[in-house]
Design a protein around this ligand. Structure first.
Ligand code: FES
Length: 101
């Protein structure tokens, strides 16, 4: 869910151009300037990958590129940090690759 209005406590909300990304075969709205993680969370997707040994779900933890919990596959490239990767129109993202850190 995205904040879609301004209030006396928040500055005016402005976004980049609306684009589409594909996550696990489903098209999602995203906005230029957002990260893959932001677009996925806005769409209600919180599970980004599974740990290899125990299949525990992982998602955004630090949100700033440090923890590597948000790894996904982007356009065929494994182990991309969703929190550090800007969306691009038509980008294909796959979740739940089994990665043990
Ligand atoms: S959430 Fe920590 S690296 Fe992406």
């Amino acid at each position: 869910m995205r904040i879609d209005h301004s209030s006396s406590l928040l500055p005016e909300v402005t976004r980049g151009k609306k684009i589409q990304i594909v996550v696990d075969g489903n098209s999602l709205d995203a906005y230029e300037g957002e990260t893959v993680a932001a677009a996925m969370i806005a769409a209600g997707i919180w599970k980004f990958r599974l740990t290899r040994n125990h299949k525990h779900p992982r998602g955004v933890y630090c949100g700033m590129g440090i923890c590597y919990e948000c790894l996904v596959r982007v356009d065929g490239v494994d182990n991309v940090r969703a929190c550090m990767t800007p969306v691009v129109d038509g980008m294909k993202v796959e979740t739940c690759k089994e990665v043990e850190l």
